[in-house]
Design a protein around this ligand. Structure first.
Ligand code: B16
Ligand code: MG
Length: 215
């Protein structure tokens, strides 16, 4: 049981997209729609580069793929357009969209006295937690509205640990992106990577699904 390895830990910090819920598919659909409007060829493998990355940086990557330059004002409008399509899809989120094992793990951690935080790049994180019905598990929420420096900068996880009042070495982070793993390691935290070791080097432990934590 992976959770038994957390004995010396006091806090658990979760990334959101790709760890607790698969909103990546909605991000992809919205970026794809924008790409189509701009005549940019945008594939699922291109979309991998946007995971864990901020909305504005994601747009810049998309524009780079299409060799399109845009002013700051144009970029703001394009990002808003993509976000409005993404938010339309988020309206359909329900508790059923939680990834397997997420609720049981949150329950286990809460019952066993761990502090729980969210450390996400998303500015929609609070809304997503509310739709998933899990916001009450979180002692602290640090989202894209609260950070200046995006992952791989450790700011999001440092803020989460500081708000929890815990030393960094007593925090474990769940992440599905390379930038997030780098961010957590440079904060001096333990990391559980959700995904493949080949694609996500540098974590302390690897799982494919959260169900493995209690299994
Ligand atoms: P938003 P995470 C990240 O969430 C997503 O992985 C990334 O694809 C997205 O661009 C970013 O949030 C910003 O999201 O447009 O909703 O502010 O993995 O850090 O939970
Ligand atoms: Mg993620």
């Amino acid at each position: 049981m992976l959770v038994l390895k957390f004995q010396h830990m006091k806090g658990v910090i979760f990334d959101l997209d790709g760890v607790l819920v698969d909103t990546a598919v909605y991000h992809f659909m919205a970026w794809k729609r924008l790409a189509k409007e701009l005549n940019i060829d945008f594939t699922e493998s291109d979309n991998e580069r946007l995971k864990g990355v901020s909305r504005m940086r994601s747009l810049e990557i998309l524009l780079e793929l299409g060799h399109i330059s845009a002013s700051e004002e144009e970029k703001k409008l394009l990002a808003e357009k993509k976000n409005s399509w993404y938010m339309e899809m988020l309206q359909n989120l329900t508790e059923d969209h939680l990834l397997p094992g997420a609720r049981s793990l949150l329950n286990y951690l809460k019952t066993n006295g761990y502090k729980i935080a969210l450390g996400s790049a998303s500015k929609n994180a609070r809304f997503i937690l509310m739709k998933l019905g899990i916001q009450s598990f979180f002692d602290v929420i640090v989202d894209g509205n609260r950070v200046v420096n995006a992952k791989p900068d450790p700011e999001v996880f440092i803020k989460a640990a500081d708000d929890l009042g815990l030393p960094y070495r007593q925090c474990v982070v769940f992440e599905d992106s390379l930038a997030g793993i780098e961010a957590a390691k440079s904060a001096g935290m333990k990391v559980v990577a959700v995904g493949n070791q080949d694609l996500l080097p540098g974590a302390d432990w690897y799982i494919q699904k959260l169900t493995e934590c209690l299994g």
